[in-house]
Ligand binder design. Structure first.
Ligand SMILES: Cc1ncc(COP(=O)(O)O)c(C=O)c1O
Length: 364
C-alpha cells in the first residue's frame, strides 16, 4: 500500500486549477477586472467590523438575511418572483454544485453533461461516487436536442449539469433546450442550469430563472465571483423549489457560511447597481473583442459570457506561450486548437490585441 492511503481512484490525480502566475495582464480565469468602489469597500469594512463583534458565536446557520437579499436580487430576472425559501448558498457555486451532487448523486446514480464544458463537473461526480457521462455538443457548441434527450432517456441521470453560458465556449442555452431536458429528466432527475456568467448574457437572451414556476426539477445556480467582482469572497447560490433547498440542508456542513462571508455578501448586494454597471461595460468590451478577432480572421464562438473562445491554431500552446512571454496570460483550454481569453479592462484588451498581433508576426 502506497503512502498516504488515498482512495485508489484519486492516486496520481493533479488538483484542479489554472496556473496563478504573477503577470501584468491576467485574462485566464474569467475574473471581473474591476475591484469594488471605495464606497463598497467602506461598506464591506463596516459590515465585517460589525460581524466581528459576535465572532465568538456561530453564524446564522440558515443565513436568513442573505437568502432574503439574494431572493430580491434574483427576482429581477424571474417575473414570478423568488422567495427566500427558494434560495440556497454556499462557498462559491462550486460548493453549491458539489452539495447538489452529494444530495442527488451518489453510488448507483448518474450525472450527465455535454462536452466541451466546465472541467469541474466530472470532479464533483468523482468525489461523490456518482457515475459520470459526458454527451457531446454540436460543432457550433450548441446542444442537439434530439441527441441530448436520447442520452437522458438512456442514462436516466439523477443530475444534469447545463452551464448557460457554457464554459469554455460562452454558449447560452435557449429555453427550448432547458424545457426539453427538464421534461426528459422528469421526477427522477434534477436539471442544474449553471448561470455563473448569466449576468453577461446578450440582450434578449433569457435566464432559466423564468422557467422555475414550470419545472420543480429545475435548479438555477449563480455566483458572486463574476458579475459581483467577488471571486475572493466565495459566495455561490441557487434558486429552486424549496423542497430542493431543504434536501441540501441534509448534506451541508453546519455553519458552512461564515458570519464574515454573510456580512460581505450582503454589503456587496447593497451595491448591485454599481457592480452591474461594470458588467455592462464588460459586455460592450466582449462584443468589441469578438468583432476584432473575427476581423483578424479567427474563428470565434458566439459569447454570452465574460470570455471568448477563439482559434483555430495548429499549435495553440505556442500561441499561449507567446502571449505569456509578452505579459498576457490567457487559458489553454477547450477543444484542441482553441484558446480562451477573459474580458478585461480596455487597457488589458489593448495589451492582448497587441501581443496577439506580435505573436502572429513572429510566427508568420
Ligand atoms: C461554468 C462555471 N460554473 C461555476 C464556476 C464556479 O465559480 P465559483 O465557485 O467561483 O462560484 C465557474 C468558475 O469559473 C464556472 O466557469
Amino acid at each position: 500500500m502506497s503512502w498516504p492511503p488515498l482512495r485508489e481512484e484519486l492516486r496520481g490525480i493533479e488538483p484542479y486549477g489554472a496556473p496563478q502566475l504573477d503577470v501584468p495582464v491576467q485574462l485566464n480565469v474569467n475574473e471581473n477586472p474591476y475591484g469594488p468602489s471605495a464606497l463598497c469597500i467602506a461598506d464591506i469594512a463596516t459590515s465585517v467590523a460589525e460581524a466581528a463583534v459576535t465572532l465568538n458565536r456561530y453564524p446564522d446557520r440558515e443565513f436568513v438575511a442573505l437568502r432574503g437579499a439574494l431572493a430580491d436580487y434574483l427576482s429581477r430576472d424571474a417575473p414570478a418572483g423568488i422567495t427566500p425559501d427558494m434560495v440556497w448558498a454556499a462557498n462559491g457555486s462550486n460548493e453549491v454544485m458539489l452539495q447538489l451532487l452529494q444530495a442527488f448523486g451518489g453510488p448507483g446514480r448518474t450525472a450527465v453533461s455535454f462536452a466541451p464544458t466546465y472541467s469541474m463537473y466530472p470532479e464533483y461526480a468523482r468525489d461523490t461516487n456518482t457515475r459520470w457521462i459526458a454527451g457531446r455538443r454540436a460543432e457550433d457548441f450548441s446542444l442537439d436536442l434530439d441527441t441530448a434527450r436520447d442520452l437522458v432517456k438512456t442514462e436516466q441521470p439523477s443530475v444534469i449539469l447545463l452551464p448557460s453560458p457554457n464554459n469554455p465556449t460562452g454558449t447560452a442555452l435557449p429555453h427550448e433546450a432547458i424545457r426539453t431536458l427538464c421534461e426528459a429528466a422528469g421526477d427522477e432527475g434534477i436539471v442544474v442550469v449553471d448561470e455563473a456568467y448569466g449576468e453577461f448574457r446578450r440582450t434578449g437572451v433569457p435566464s432559466a430563472l423564468e422557467l422555475l414556476p414550470s419545472y420543480r426539477n429545475l435548479v438555477v445556480t449563480r455566483t458572486m465571483s463574476k458579475a459581483f467582482a467577488g471571486a475572493g469572497l466565495r459566495l455561490g447560490y441557487l434558486a429552486a423549489d424549496s423542497a430542493i433547498c431543504d434536501a441540501i440542508r441534509v448534506v451541508r456542513l453546519p455553519y458552512h457560511l461564515s458570519a464574515v462571508t454573510q456580512a460581505v455578501a450582503l454589503a456587496a448586494l447593497r451595491h448591485a447597481p454599481e457592480l452591474l454597471g461594470k458588467v455592462d461595460e464588460l459586455r460592450v468590451e466582449r462584443d468589441a473583442l469578438v468583432t476584432w478577432l473575427r476581423a483578424e480572421g479567427y474563428d470565434v464562438a458566439d459569447s454570452d459570457a465574460n470570455f471568448v473562445l477563439f482559434g483555430r491554431f495548429a499549435d495553440r500552446h505556442a500561441v499561449w506561450q507567446g502571449l505569456l512571454d509578452r505579459g498576457v496570460l490567457i487559458r489553454e483550454t477547450g477543444p484542441d486548437g482553441w484558446l480562451r481569453v477573459s474580458v478585461g479592462t480596455p487597457d488589458e484588451m489593448a495589451a492582448f490585441r497587441n501581443a496577439l498581433i506580435d505573436v502572429n508576426g513572429e510566427r508568420a
